[in-house]
Write a protein that binds this ligand. Structure first.
Ligand code: HEC
Ligand code: HEC
Length: 736
């Protein structure tokens, strides 16, 4: 595939020797996408074929729906907003609706009591079919992973599943920047981020979601120019070409227009650029093509420009911009192939950090990385190396908890204390890293630690030889009132604690969900966002689902300043709202124990209408609103969690998280999310064994996140692909 793309780009460039101005970005993006398609690789993560009888729908289920459901769920009448007459055997297409049907049948809720019963055998067959179909057609979008029922993945010991299809995965925005930085070494002027992720909640860098479109292609071309400009940076002094600090010496030596490069020199710069950009040497064929390109461009008379064009062409190859995970390695006799060493070097590097890691590349070059043990050894080495790039480890926790969103929530600057979203995020980052450093019982610690960093920073002490010492972070205070209380006030401590992490006041906060960062991230400008907090708990800890808010529903709590938020949220108790909101609200309401700045409270400040009316001056003019402290309830309820031990009332947010943190199901749901992050896709039924192994390893290691990562990155799901789809064909033809 990569060869095909390089071909395509080269053909384009060859046709237009004045390359960069002449390449039409549309055509190039067509080629990028075309080359991927030509390799027969589905752009979306491959799903194994379902091994379920598709005729079951035609022969059994469609007639059942017609007999028992159609009269209330058709075009004329769609009871409960559910039309069922247009469902097809393509369960994946209507996953939400199919699962609703499944749940209604399984729980005996539909058809309604007065209607004829569905025969027991048929009912059980229907439930089994829908469940199996849903499992094999895992939804592809972020936040749809939970649509695969938990019991199907963890219910009984799993055998090795079918290997997933080969895929390519566009570099993440961060990995692209890492790539550019590695090439340019120093600062690259004018570098622009060409890639974005979809605006969704949670883990979004999924392999199946991204291609390279026309606007990105234009940026990529300009970036390639900017990078090569730095690589070949030089000054001419007294007729001599001198390289600048960050330039590549080989490249600079060809920047003298008077020098005619030898073939050997050209080959050598191509090889250097290949190693830097692709992480492997170029093949003879690749070298020949690039030299051919040089020859064409050179005819225009500008040798240095021709060299630059050739160097840019390497940076635009698909194998520079996409991670290849086709499974080009050894076949193992079970109809699957391992990722090749080069594929693994990149996959492992980019699973853990944002750059290709040199020791992995060297290992691949030596033909290592062909066994699970070798991969495991490298993963462990990187995880244990304090200097290695492991930015994606913290990245997982940021995507999972989403406390980083704090900085996007605009709030009025309070007068009495400093509200510093950036600092809350920095404190929570530090807490996560602190817990990871100990690497024991990680999830439980994250959810329940009574300790916190509080407005913390490390500052180098020059007098003491540059050792780092903890200091209160200097937080920008736009109001700058004297006597204003710093961010530590939000955590509930008056004096800045040292050492940190320090325990917070007793019986106030436990863990990440009670850090100011998380609470503010899940709040709005003026209020707590109990609904989305509850949704977070439902999805990320309980592994449940909530259908999206339907368009057209007025989703607003009444703006009655004299009522508590909990009281106003009772609008959702209406049956048409509650069918969704019962899955969220009661899980989010315990966090009413904090205000929307994240401060602990035991009462809620509301308007006092009577006192306000009486608050008048001598002439009877209103002097302004008067508030009173309303009663604050912090109770909540876990229901339909899938773990009977979890269901029931909770007194407050602390009881809620302690309960959740002790649950096996919650732990397994955490493992499912780690899987999605490191594998770049939702889990399938065929990944059950990988998930169960990861869970077992996590438990046996005493809750080590490192052990969990090693398990995932050496799992069958990570290492293997079903035997190669088809040999890569060159991209053919012209864009239409
Ligand atoms: C006599 C009419 C009637 C029949 C027959 C009937 N339903 Fe319903 N159904 C309703 C009504 C009314 C609602 C909305 C109230 C509710 O959710 O209980 C509903 C709701 C639903 C919902 C939406 C539930 C939700 O929470 O969103 C589904 C799914 C459903 N039915 C499936 C079925 C299936 C499957 C059958 C056949 C096996 C069936 N129904 C037969 C009347 C009917
Ligand atoms: C099909 C499911 C569903 C139904 C029905 C539904 N909601 Fe929601 N509602 C949601 C989801 C999901 C969210 C969270 C949205 C998000 O995460 O962005 C939400 C959010 C809300 C919020 C918080 C919105 C905000 O921006 O702060 C309110 C208030 C709300 N819903 C009220 C209602 C009311 C009132 C009804 C009934 C008239 C209703 N909802 C019906 C699913 C539903």
């Amino acid at each position: 595939m990569s060869a095909a793309l390089a071909d395509g780009i080269l053909r384009e460039i060859e046709r237009f020797p004045m390359v960069r101005t002449m390449i039409d970005a549309t055509r190039l993006s067509f080629l990028l996408v075309g080359a991927v398609l030509a390799a027969g690789v589905p752009l979306a993560a491959g799903q194994p074929k379902p091994q379920v009888n598709e005729n079951h729908f035609r022969d059994e289920l469609a007639p059942l729906l017609k007999t028992h459901c159609a009269k209330c769920h058709g075009t004329e009448k769609a009871a409960g907003d559910a039309r069922l007459d247009d469902l097809t055997a393509d369960v994946g297409k209507d996953l939400d609706r199919w699962l609703a049907v499944r749940d209604q049948l399984r729980d005996g809720l539909m058809p309604p009591p007065k209607e004829p019963r569905v025969e027991d055998v048929k009912l059980r067959a229907a439930v089994a079919w829908i469940t199996a179909m849903a499992g094999t057609r895992a939804a592809k979008l972020p936040n749809q992973g939970n649509l695969i029922p938990h019991e199907l993945l963890f219910g009984k010991p799993a055998k090795a599943g079918e290997a997933p299809a080969g895929r390519v995965w566009r570099l993440s925005p961060e990995a692209y920047m890492g790539f550019a930085r590695d090439l340019g070494r120093g600062k690259i002027n004018g570098l622009v981020q060409p890639f974005t992720l979809i605006p969704e909640r949670g883990i979004r860098d999924f392999a199946g979601l991204y291609t390279i479109d026309e606007p990105s292609t234009e940026i990529l071309l300009r970036n390639a120019e900017a990078i090569v400009e730095v690589q070949t940076g030089h000054e001419v002094k007294d007729g001599k070409v001198n390289g600048k600090n960050d330039s590549v010496r080989d490249f600079v030596s060809l920047m003298d227009p008077a020098v005619e490069p030898t073939r050997k020199q050209l080959e050598s710069v191509v090889q250097t650029q290949f190693r830097m950009a692709i992480g492997r040497p170029a093949t003879d064929d690749e070298v020949t093509r690039l030299l051919g390109l040089y020859a064409k461009c050179e005819k225009a008379g500008d040798r240095p420009a021709a060299v630059k064009t050739m160097l840019q062409a390497v940076l635009l190859r698909t194998d520079a911009l996409f991670r290849s995970e086709l499974g080009r390695g050894k076949a193992d006799g079970n109809g699957r192939r391992m990722l090749a060493p080069e594929e693994l070097a990149q996959a492992v590097s980019l699973a853990l950090g944002d750059r290709r890691e040199s020791a992995l590349l060297n290992a691949a070059a030596k033909g290592e990385l062909t066994t699970r043990e070798q991969v495991a050894a490298h993963v462990r080495r990187i995880l244990d190396d304090p200097k290695a790039d492991k930015s994606r480890i913290l990245g997982f926790f940021r995507d999972y908890f989403e406390y980083g969103k704090t900085t996007n929530v605009f709030k009025e600057k309070p007068k009495e204390f400093v509200h510093s979203p950036q600092q809350y995020v920095a404190d929570t980052d530090r807490l996560v890293l602190h817990i990871l450093a100990t690497d024991k019982d990680v999830l439980r610690e994250l959810l329940t630690t009574p300790n916190s960093f509080v407005n913390y920073s490390l500052v180098k002490n020059k007098q003491k030889g540059g050792i780092e010492e903890p200091k209160p972070a200097v937080v920008l205070n736009p109001i700058n009132n004297k006597g204003q209380k710093g961010p530590e006030h939000v955590y509930g401590v008056e004096a800045w604690p040292n050492p940190q992490p320090a325990p917070l006041p007793k019986d106030t906060r436990l863990g990440i969900l009670m850090q100011p960062s998380w609470l503010v991230a899940w709040s709005t400008n003026f209020e707590n966002d109990s609904v989305r907090r509850g949704r977070w708990v439902r999805e990320r800890l309980l592994g449940g689902t909530v259908p999206d808010l339907p368009i057209g529903v007025v989703a607003q709590v009444p703006d009655d300043p004299h009522r508590t938020f909990r009281d106003r949220l009772t609008v959702t108790r209406d049956a048409k709202c509650w069918k969704c909101h019962q899955r969220m609200d009661e899980l989010g309401l315990p966090f009413e124990n904090f205000d929307h700045y994240g401060r602990f409270r035991t009462t809620e400040t509301v308007l006092d209408p009577d006192a306000t009316a009486k608050n008048i001056d001598k002439k009877g003019k209103l002097l302004g609103p008067v508030t009173r402290e309303g009663e604050l309830k912090t109770t909540g309820r876990v229901a339909d969690s899938g773990d009977p031990k979890l269901d029931g009332e909770v007194r407050d947010p602390r009881e809620l998280v302690l309960k959740l943190a002790a649950s096996e199901r919650v732990r397994q749901v955490f493992i499912r999310h780690a899987f999605r992050y490191y594998l770049g896709r939702n889990e399938n039924l065929s990944d059950a064994r990988t998930l169960q192994d990861a869970d077992r390893v996590y438990v046996e290691s005493g809750g080590s996140f490192k052990a969990l990562v090693v398990s995932l990155l050496t799992s069958d799901s990570f290492l293997y692909r079903s035997a190669l789809v088809s040999a890569p064909k060159p991209a053919t033809g012209e864009p239409k």
